[in-house]
Structure formats: C-alpha cells, structure tokens
Design a protein around this ligand. Structure first.
Ligand SMILES: NC(=O)c1ccc[n+]([C@@H]2O[C@H](COP(=O)([O-])OP(=O)(O)OC[C@H]3O[C@@H](n4cnc5c(N)ncnc54)[C@H](OP(=O)(O)O)[C@@H]3O)[C@@H](O)[C@H]2O)c1
Length: 307
C-alpha cells in the first residue's frame, strides 16, 4: 500500500479551506495548502504543509501541485482593493488550473458562487462564471460547488451583521429587504467538497442550506436570537452604502461594497434549485447566539496583513 493520497487545499489556514482540510485529515489523507499566509498560526499542529501561492511563477506553482490527486480551490477575492483586482484573481486562478493540468492533478473541486454568470454586471459573479467555464473546458476532471452565503465559526459576513445589531441602535436594510438569501453551513460545504473530490464525474451543483429567508427575515431572526435592541429600518441602497463606508472607517475595514449590496438585492445569494445541505441556520443560530457578533471580523485584517 502506498502513502495516503495527497490533496492540495488553497487557504487551509483560512475559512472554508480549513474545514475542507480538517475533513481530509480525518479521513487519513494528506493535505498541503497553498496560501497567501504561510506563516499564519497553523490550526493543524504541523500536519498541513503550507506553501506560498506562486501565481506568477508557473514552474514553481506546478511543482507545488505535483503528486496531488485532488486540488480543492477556494481562492478568490471578495472585492477589489489596492493592487488586488478581480482581473488579477481570474488570472491567478487560470494559472492555478494550468498548473494543476501540468502537474497531472486528477481532480479539481472548485468553489464558485450561486448564480455566477458571464453577463453579470457584478465582477465577482462574472469572474466566477469565467472561471467555471475555463475549468469545464480545461480537460481536468472537476466538481464545481456554488455556495450562496456561508455561516459557521470564524465567518465574516454573518458575524458582522450580528456585530452591527449588537453595536448600533439602528440597523439599516437596503431597499425592501424582500430579496432571498440561502445560507449554508461551512461544515456542509466542506462535506460536499470532500465528497465531490472522491467522485469521478464532472459536476456543477449549488451548495445551499435547507432554509431560504428574505434578508429582512434573516436579520430579524438574528436580532431576536442575540437579544439586539437595534431598530431595524429600510433605507435607500445609497444610504446603506454610505453608512457601511462610515462604519468601515471606524473599524478600518471594508464592511460591505456597492457590488455586494447589488448582488444581495438582486437575489443572487439563493438557489433556484432544491437545498443541497442539511444544517438549518436557525438551529445553528440558537446554539451560537451567545458568541455570534461579539467581535468584529475584519476582511482587511484577514487578507491584507502579512503572516
Ligand atoms: N464566505 C462566503 O460567505 C462565501 C459565499 C459564497 C462563495 N464563497 C466562495 O467560497 C470560497 C471560500 O470563501 P472563504 O470565505 O472561505 O474564503 P477565505 O478562506 O477567506 O479565502 C479563500 C482563499 O482565497 C485567498 N484570498 C481571499 N481573499 C484574498 C485577497 N484579498 N487577496 C489574496 N488572497 C485572498 C485566501 O488566502 P489565504 O490563504 O492567504 O487566507 C484563501 O487562500 C471563495 O471562493 C468564495 O468566493 C464564499
């Protein structure tokens, strides 16, 4: 019998990638991570080798993938910031796919997003669709998973809704609040990813939980669960964005972008198909109400500080 199979997980010291890596290790498989933060504290006690992304050095990138049976790719950027652009993130991911092909990686599990479309006016969704097509046409064996919004320990977006509900006397909802969101637990996404990694047929699937809410309902459920006294009001999207920017200045982060508000309001964070994951947000919320949103989670601190 040879050594256990080797998997590459991008961002295994980050959020979704950490849960994917954990599951692979529990199966007795080996994990190596490609990351922008190879020196970040290792949650796996040295069991996961961390190698920097070498997006601009194809030979090294290929070498870092050699011997791997499966690549689990979570790499993407939430918004353009300073030198980080969506075009750059697309080029980097294309380089990763090319390197996977050159290294003879047998399978790619790629995390995308619900309702990715190449004709989307939103660069996040457009970029994800461009990459889905590139992977479909790459000749690699693939599974594409399309989550809507993740929730779970160490999340940023859901956590910061709760943080705002705890911190401010008023919570603003852009527009009607009727647009749908369909959150998935990060453990469920990890389970789907690892399951897909061991399949052999090409597939594309939404990764969405069993409950779909209007955004307003989601916010009110959270407010109730954490005991927030915040007054929930509806405002024009431009005012919601201005307030998000003001809060961003206070916390030295980007709380929410214009494109994220547009995507949310367009109902892009829900599936038109059946649920594919089992954990109910309401159950998780009950269990985590005491800790959720106690501290602000900073996107800039997580991704733009070295380590
Ligand atoms: N979080 C959600 O609610 C959500 C919803 C729908 C889809 N998704 C998709 O799910 C995947 C995983 O999301 P996640 O929230 O778990 O991501 P994450 O762990 O925070 O980041 C995933 C990977 O992307 C890299 N990365 C993220 N932002 C970056 C930046 N600004 N510059 C350079 N590298 C960056 C990370 O680098 P490091 O290794 O250095 O950390 C990591 O390798 C992504 O493809 C995302 O598009 C997420």
């Amino acid at each position: 019998m040879g050594p256990p199979q080797l998997n590459i997980v991008t961002g295994a010291f980050g959020y979704a990638g950490r849960y994917i890596a954990q599951r692979l290790l529990e199966r007795g498989e080996r994990v190596k991570t490609l990351t922008g933060h190879p020196l970040r504290p290792d949650p796996f006690n040295g069991r996961v080798l961390a190698v920097p992304f070498h997006f601009d050095r194809p030979a090294e990138l290929t070498r870092s993938l050699e011997g791997a049976s499966t690549l689990y790719n979570t790499y993407w950027v939430r918004f353009a910031y300073k030198q980080t652009t969506f075009d750059r993130a697309i080029q980097n991911t294309l380089a990763l796919f090319q390197a996977a092909r050159d290294a003879g990686v047998g399978r790619v599990v790629h995390v995308s997003i619900t309702k990715a479309r190449e004709d989307s006016p939103l660069p996040y969704f457009r970029g994800k669709a461009i990459l889905e097509r590139a992977l479909r046409e790459s000749g690699l064996s693939y599974a594409i998973l399309r989550p809507a919004v993740l929730f779970g320990h160490d999340d940023i977006l859901v956590n910061n809704i709760a943080w705002c509900l705890r911190t401010f006397p008023t919570f603003v909802i852009p527009g009607s609040g009727n647009y749908k969101v369909q959150p998935i637990h990060v453990e469920d996404l990890a389970e789907m990813a690892v399951h897909s990694g061991h399949e052999r047929t090409d597939s594309v699937a939404d990764a969405v939980g069993p409950e779909t809410y209007s955004y307003e309902k989601l916010v009110r459920l959270m407010a109730q669960a954490i005991g927030s006294k915040s007054h929930i009001v509806h405002v024009a999207p431009a005012l919601a964005l201005a307030l998000a920017k003001a809060i961003g200045l206070i916390v030295r982060d980007v709380l929410l972008t214009r494109e994220e508000i547009d995507g949310l309001m367009a109902g892009l964070l829900a599936s038109d198909g059946p649920p594919t994951a089992k954990t109910r947000f309401t159950d998780w919320l009950k269990q985590n109400a005491n800790t959720l949103g106690r501290r602000y989670a900073s996107e800039l601190a997580r991704h733009y500080q070295s380590g």
